[in-house]
Structures are given as structure tokens and as C-alpha cells.
Design a protein around this ligand. Structure first.
Ligand code: HEM
Length: 473
């Protein structure tokens, strides 16, 4: 009976190794094009073969398949070990690479600090950092958007995770971490993450050598902070490092220095570039589309001045929220969620899968299914005001027991930063061509061609309480 329900996954016929390697390269340089081309021929769920790997690789983007995957039991499919590509960056002890009970315990520990009442205390930090960043901008000059957003989101995460404030270690950590991630900031730079044979230390001038040296320095700074905090215990601290240092497992064991380092790197890595790229995209859409810009400004003006002190009001603005949702739909920063590996023979959404099968949940393809999102390439925030989407139709933060623990935090940060930029500055796009998504490590981001001309908004110039440098007014 079950056999009758089994469906066949279509996919390209097995081709010679060289051709598959070339296709692999194409995926690094043009991932969206490759995904679209394959789904047009083989459907929402399909299989491909990987060069040099015998286990099948399949892509899921139909809501039925994604639901089956995200609700499967951890002993049927798991992530964790399949994320090895991230190990050089974040180590093997962080939540992303953990599995089973260890993963579950880490999630229980890390989820509360990114939700609920804690948001209010982060709001102050986010507002203050954004205000300072805007005040330091070279108004009148052409500005490249993504690095500005990256600086904000990195400072925010450093403060939330470490409770670190200005100081030498903070500044150096910021610079070194940015330089380290910038190394993967282009498709060419990202290749080194995908191909192990490129991961060779050929000295300072080689991409991997440079990465290793920067990572060593980041590690020194992280371990110095951990040592300092161990020797200066302060029970009044509420940051995430303090929380991790106090945490004990069922046998009363606390996290070692290496485990703490890996968790900190995970949060720094997962939490800032993603949010920065999302913010840069949002600015792109708002500044390029007059209708969107008009609506978002109109909404902001309804509360401007009155409720700026209440970030919760800002975070609930319906149109601004829809803009953020649509931003993460059209070009989701993570085009796929973490790969899942089948542990035991299982039938998911009618597909019979063998152990070892790797499943890629494709966020990008799910977000461009025309039956759910008509004219999917069009930026239309109204979609999110007109109807609700299921977690298997809209999944910028992945799903199931791996769903991003920073999703609420990231959305909150996006809205507060956008609110401050829009209520303070007039921003005009400088580019004449549409900005294309480009690979940045394992994510996609707007290219650095996204530049803006900015000047102060009239209301800011008038404001006696303007916090901007007097010489700018
Ligand atoms: C716009 C910003 C962000 C996007 C688009 C994003 C996206 C994602 C995605 C797609 C996953 C994989 C989920 C899955 O495989 O089902 C993930 C996991 C994760 N994210 Fe985010 N993320 C963002 C911001 C953040 C922030 C701010 C933090 C925290 C500081 C964070 C921490 C994590 C962690 C720790 C995981 C691993 C969860 C696990 O393995 O259980 N992310 N994120």
C-alpha cells in the first residue's frame, strides 16, 4: 500500500565528473540562477549528484516536503555534522555543529536571551549605536551601504553577547572579525570555504593563510576576554557570555574555554553579517521604489517625535514590518537552511530516502513559488498585510528544531535601525542599474555597488534636539 504512494524525485542525469565540477563552480558564482534553472525543469523537490560524493543530495522547496522535513524526528534526520563547512570559522563545539541532547540543551540556554523582555534592554543599545553611526557619517558624500550596516550589527552583537563596550579589545575584535569575514566577501573569496584543497596556508598572501592569521588573532582576543571575565566575576552582568559562563549541565559541569569560544564565534558569525545584509537590502528597496518609500515614511511620520522612546511601538509598525518581511522573502540572506542528513530509512512527503541522503531546504525557491507569491521578483510588502503565510511557505530563518534563535532579535534590530535612518536622513540611490545579489561566504548580499547620497531630513535640521554634529546642519 505504502509503495503506491512513493514518489520519484527527478533530477539531471549523472554526468561526467568534470561537468559536475563546472556546475559546482557555477553554483558558487550564480547560485540563484542555478536553483531557478533546476526547479524549472525538475520541479520543487529534486535530486542532484555531487562530484566526488556518493550519497544523494536533494533539494526541497514544496511546503509539503518542508513540513515533513522540519517535523521529522531527530533520529530520522539531523543537522549538525552536515554543517562541517562552517567548522573552520566557528569550531566544533558551537550550537550549529552539535546534535541530539547537547544541541537541545544549548538551544534551551541560548533562546531566552534573544526573546521577550530582554529585547527592551537591547533596544537602547541598538538605538544608541545607530545614532552614533549616523552622526559619524560623511553626509554629502556617497556612502556604501553594506559596510555601514555591518559596523552597526557587529557593534550590536558585541554589546549583546559580551556586554563589551568601547575599549581596545572591543575595537580590535571589531576590526579583525570584519577583516576575517571580508575575505569570503566575494564568490572568488568564498570558493576557499567550498573546496578543501584550497584550504592551505601558503603564507600571508594566500586567502587561507590570511584567514588563519586573522582567526588566530580573533581567538586571542576572545580567550583574553574569557580569562578576564573568569578572574573578575560580576553577578550583576546580564550579557550572553555571563549566562554561558554560569551554565551547568546535569552533572554540574560548566563550559570549557574552547566551548565558550566556539559559542561566541557562532553568535558573532550567525548574528551580524546576516542582519547587515538584510538591512542593506531593505535600504535598497526603500530608496529605489518611490511608492514603498512614500508609504514607509508616511507611517513613520505618524509616530515620529511622539514615541521614539518606545521601540516596541516602532517594532509593531505594520508597513515597516511588512517591508522587512518582504526584504527577507525576495532575497533571503541564507538561500538555504542548514543541510539535513537522513539517519535511517524514512519516507518524507512521499519520497523514500536512504540513510546518508543530504537534504537542502531551499529557502530561495520556497519564496519564489508563483502559486504562493505571484510576480515573486516584485518587491511588494503588501503581500504580508493581505495574508499570512505558513512556516513552510515563508521561512527566512529556517525551521524545525534548528530554526534561527536570533530571528526576533534580527527583525527587531532591522526595524529600529531603519526607523532611525529614515527619520533622520534623506537617502538617494546613486546606482543606475538594479543591484544584483552576490555571494558573501555562505550567504547572499547586495553588492558594494549599493551606494547612497545622503543628507539630513528637513525635520532634523529644524530640530533643536538634533543629535547630529553641528557642522553637518
Ligand atoms: C536577518 C538575519 C538572520 C537570518 C536571515 C538568519 C538565518 C538563519 C537560518 C536560515 C538558520 C538555519 C535554520 C535552519 O537550518 O533551519 C539560522 C540559524 C541560526 N541563527 Fe540565524 N539568522 C539571522 C540572524 C541571527 C542572529 C541575530 C542570531 C543571534 C545572535 C542568529 C543565530 C543563529 C543560530 C545560533 C543558529 C543555529 C541554530 C541551531 O543550530 O539550532 N541568527 N539563522
Amino acid at each position: 500500500m505504502t509503495d503506491l504512494l512513493i514518489k520519484e524525485l527527478k533530477g539531471p542525469p549523472k554526468s561526467p565528473l568534470l561537468l559536475r565540477r563546472l556546475r559546482g563552480l557555477r553554483f558558487i558564482f550564480n547560485p540563484l540562477e542555478v536553483l531557478e534553472a533546476r526547479t524549472a525543469v525538475y520541479g520543487n523537490d529534486y535530486r542532484v549528484s555531487q562530484p566526488g560524493v556518493s550519497s544523494p543530495l536533494i533539494y526541497f522547496s514544496s511546503p509539503e516536503a518542508l513540513e515533513a522535513l522540519f517535523t521529522a524526528k531527530p533520529d530520522q534526520v539531523s543537522a549538525g555534522k552536515a554543517n562541517q563547512i562552517l567548522e573552520p570559522l566557528i569550531g566544533e563545539h558551537g550550537i550549529v555543529l552539535l546534535e541530539g541532547t547537547a544541541h537541545q540543551q544549548q538551544r534551551q540556554l541560548l533562546t531566552p536571551p534573544f526573546h521577550g523582555d530582554r529585547m527592551r534592554s537591547y533596544a537602547e543599545v541598538i538605538m544608541e549605536i545607530t545614532t552614533r553611526t549616523i552622526a559619524g557619517l560623511d553626509v554629502g558624500k556617497t556612502l556604501t551601504v553594506r559596510p555601514i550596516m555591518q559596523s552597526i550589527s557587529l557593534e550590536v552583537i558585541l554589546r549583546a553577547v559580551f556586554g563589551l563596550d568601547a575599549g581596545d579589545r572591543y575595537e580590535e575584535l571589531k576590526q579583525t572579525l570584519s577583516a576575517m569575514l571580508d575575505g569570503f566577501g566575494s564568490p572568488l573569496g568564498a570558493m576557499v570555504l567550498f573546496y578543501r584543497f584550497l584550504q592551505k596556508d601558503w603564507g600571508d598572501w594566500s586567502p587561507w593563510g590570511r584567514f588563519l592569521r586573522l582567526r588566530r588573532r580573533v581567538d586571542e582576543l576572545l580567550y583574553a576576554e574569557i580569562t578576564f571575565r573568569r578572574s573578575h566575576p560580576d553577578p550583576s552582568r546580564t550579557d550572553i557570555l555571563a549566562l554561558l559562563m554560569m551554565a551547568q549541565d546535569t552533572e554540574g559541569k560548566t563550559l570549557s574555554d574552547v566551548e565558550l569560544r566556539d559559542e561566541l564565534m557562532t553568535l558573532l558569525f550567525a548574528g551580524h553579517e546576516t542582519t547587515a545584509s538584510a538591512l542593506a537590502w531593505a535600504i535598497y528597496w526603500i530608496t529605489s521604489l518611490p511608492d514603498v518609500r512614500h508609504k514607509v515614511l508616511q507611517e513613520i511620520e505618524t509616530i515620529e517625535g511622539k514615541s521614539v522612546s518606545d521601540p516596541m511601538v516602532i517594532s509593531r509598525l505594520p508597513y515597516l514590518s511588512a517591508v522587512c518581511q518582504e526584504t527577507l522573502r525576495l532575497y533571503p540572506i541564507a538561500i538555504g537552511a542548514f543541510p539535513r542528513v537522513v539517519k535511517q530509512p524514512v519516507i518524507l512527503a512521499g519520497y523514500a530516502l536512504e540513510p546518508g541522503t543530504v537534504i537542502m531546504p531551499s529557502i530561495y525557491l520556497a519564496h519564489h513559488r508563483q502559486e504562493v507569491y505571484p510576480e515573486s521578483k516584485k518587491f511588494r510588502p503588501e503581500r504580508f498585510l493581505e495574508r499570512q503565510f505558513s512556516p513552510y511557505e515563508y521561512l527566512p530563518f529556517g525551521g524545525g528544531n534548528r530554526r534561527c534563535i536570533g530571528s526576533a532579535f534580527a527583525m527587531f534590530e532591522m526595524k529600529l535601525v531603519l526607523f532611525q535612518f529614515l527619520s533622520t536622513l534623506e537617502m538617494k540611490p546613486v546606482h543606475t542599474q538594479p543591484i544584483k545579489p552576490t555571494r558573501r561566504g555562505l550567504t547572499i548580499a547586495p553588492s558594494d555597488k549599493l551606494k547612497l547620497g545622503v543628507k539630513l531630513r528637513y525635520s532634523q535640521i529644524k530640530s533643536e534636539n538634533s543629535y547630529l554634529k553641528p557642522e553637518l546642519i
